[in-house]
Ligand binder design. Structure first.
Ligand code: ADP
Ligand code: TZD
Length: 568
């Protein structure tokens, strides 16, 4: 703080006010990458006691902020430079919005008077216009007096209602503006109750209980909105009090443990196709649920949906009972309406699901017991499944195609919000950003199970992991390609499109930065490496050599992949 020219009221500036406003709103961590005009902002943030995590690419910093938002229910903050640095962050901002994760992307920007006349400034870009279509909302602070308002507005918008990504543009010259310190402080405020509870209509609760009670084959689908809501006890109470079987979407795994008697993940196809009344809890009827349509669902299924965003209802199917409210309040209201009486879920439905589940569990066990060399996905995942079972507090990050689909099915989760993955978009590149956020926000070890292609999207962040000494274990399921590594280009003059370097030794990358590297070729070697890694808490990369023929194109999404009928 500088003395003012008059010597009376000391001056503060935009940099300090941004930090003060963030601190006032309990922001404890910033994920960013520095440069003009925000380097001093990062420095001052660190000096003020905010934890600053510096990344190697803005996309990964943005993904980290989004994951922090999902894990904490407070907006994660990402900080980038203008122009290209800002643009690098846009995939993460859009992905956060699509996933309903709260985050605020703050970017410095160039001088308005030059940008708006397109006079050619350093890193000139109309950032506000670029961010608008992909963010939940985008704001710019044009005067130092509006810094407090802009940050309050960004935080409120990120978490209130359906959470999402908010872009906050701060031109470099606003950061450098000065104001009297007392006058500046008076412009800041702390957002009160950033995500107020939204209670559902009582008559909707009554209708929901009636409809569930009259069902012959009721089913609950728990989505990542339910995991995000942190209403774990209320949801478990409702599941157990109602006796309705449930399937978790991938990031809701563990919200109620996967080994719970009412969890019918192992009979998912049957459950979806036979259910007559379906309660969606923080899950959209989007492509991941086949739009509630087609052979995967019964033609006569009726849907009830709990969602904080009323425009979600009827987006794909008629919603017989829209329960508009936050999940905590709504499920608590349902629990009160049940008042300890189970929903009379017919025994025949449980029996049908249980017998399919037993059958599928036996097939899975047989699959896991196979032990081919080179390894395939299932036998490589056996020690990972056992590792996560033995260490339920470890966070699991997961991306790839086969690496994603098979891990989701094989690795059971026992606690809420411990699985972070490619999400609604099925995006590659979230891996190390999410892993860093999970380690930073929780202090727990993290295991990132990565396809070798997926790993490449954020691989340089192994340096970040080593620099901050984070307890992250990266397992690269390395079959040498996108989906698999054995495609041959018939022309023979260049690698086929899906092929990556055969036999790449990814563990050597982490050794360059002082982490521990392992290359393994058997489940026993993988188990031993995982054990050493978790004991040491050292940043570790385990390159797991798989058969180049392991995996199917597009994993479980083969049917979504259009094919040319004209190919030779
Ligand atoms: P999944 O991919 O796991 O099926 P989705 O991301 O499709 O889940 O759905 C999450 C839904 O949860 C979104 O429609 C979102 O509006 C909703 N949601 C998020 N947070 C809450 C909350 N606190 N209360 C109610 N609904 C919420
Ligand atoms: N780019 C981005 C940003 N997201 C994507 N989803 C893709 C490209 C396309 N894609 C997938 O959908 S999965 C995948 C890509 C490139 C990688 C699959 O290979 P992998 O995993 O090595 O990561 P498996 O286990 O070998 O299938």
């Amino acid at each position: 703080m500088e003395p003012s020219p008059a010597g009376a009221d000391p001056l503060t500036d935009g940099f300090h006010l941004v930090i003060d406003a963030l601190k006032l709103n309990d922001v404890t961590t910033i994920y960013g990458l520095v440069g003009i005009p925000i380097t001093d902002l990062a420095r001052l943030a660190q000096a003020s006691g905010i934890r600053y995590i510096g990344f190697r690419h803005e996309s990964n910093a943005g993904h980290a902020a989004a994951a922090a938002g999902f894990l904490t229910r407070k907006p994660g903050v990402c900080l980038t430079v203008s122009g290209p640095g800002f643009l690098n962050g846009m995939v993460a901002l859009a992905n956060a919005t699509v996933n309903c994760f709260p985050m605020v992307h703050i970017a410095g920007s160039s001088t308005r008077a030059i940008v708006d006349l397109q006079r050619g400034d350093y890193e000139e870009l109309d950032q506000l216009a670029v961010a608008r279509p992909v963010a939940k909302a985008s704001y710019r602070i044009d005067r130092i007096e509006d810094i407090g308002r802009g940050i309050a507005r960004a935080i409120r918008t990120a978490v209130a209602g359906r959470p999402g990504g908010v872009y906050l543009d701060i031109p470099g010259d606003v950061l450098a503006q000065t104001i009297g310190a007392a006058a500046g402080a008076a412009t800041l405020w702390k957002v009160v109750d950033p995500a107020p509870r939204q209670t559902p209509a009582p008559d909707a609760i009554t209708r929901a209980v009636e409809m569930l009670s009259g069902a012959e084959r009721p089913l609950m689908v728990l989505g990542k909105g339910a995991a995000y809501a942190q209403a774990d006890d209320a949801i478990r109470t409702f599941v157990e009090a109602s006796g309705i079987p449930f399937v978790p979407m991938s990031m809701a795994k563990g919200l109620v443990p996967d080994d719970h008697p009412l969890c019918v993940s192992a009979a998912r196809s049957l459950a979806l196709s036979r259910a007559d009344v379906v309660l969606l809890v923080g899950a959209r009827l989007n492509w991941l649920l086949h739009h509630g349509d087609g052979p995967q669902w019964s033609d006569t299924a009726q849907f009830l949906q709990i969602d904080i965003e009323p425009t979600e209802f009827d987006s794909n199917q008629p919603i017989s009972v829209p329960l508009a409210g936050d999940i905590g309040s709504t499920v608590e209201a349902l629990n009160r309406a049940l008042d300890g009486r189970p929903v009379n879920c017919p025994a025949a439905w449980h029996d049908e699901l249980n017998s399919r589940r037993e059958h599928n569990v036996a097939s899975m066990s047989a699959r896991l017991a196979e032990d081919p060399r080179p390894m395939h996905f299932y036998n490589a995942l056996r020690p990972i499944r056992e590792f996560v079972e033995a260490h339920p507090d470890v966070y699991l990050v997961n991306e790839g195609a086969n690496a994603l689909d098979v891990t989701r099915n094989v690795v059971e989760m026992a606690v809420p919000r411990h699985r972070l993955d490619s999400g609604t978009w099925g995006v590659m590149g979230i891996g190390l950003g999410y892993a860093i956020a999970a380690a930073v926000e929780t202090g727990q070890p993290v295991i990132a199970v990565e396809g070798d292609s997926a790993f490449g999207f954020s691989a340089m962040e192994i340096e970040t992991i080593c620099r901050y000494g984070l307890p992250v274990i990266i397992v690269v399921l390395n079959n040498g390609g996108v989906y698999r590594g054995d495609e041959i280009n018939p022309l023979g003059d260049a690698p086929a499109p899906t092929v990556l370097s055969a036999g790449a030794r990814h563990e050597r990358l982490i050794e360059a930065f002082g982490g521990a590297g392992y290359h393994v070729e058997s489940p026993d070697e993988l188990a031993a490496a995982l054990d050493a890694a978790v004991r040491s808490r050292r940043p570790t990369l385990i390159d797991c050599g798989l058969d180049s023929a392991a995996g199917t194109e597009s994993g479980h999404l083969t049917s979504l992949n259009p094919r040319s009928s004209l190919q030779e």
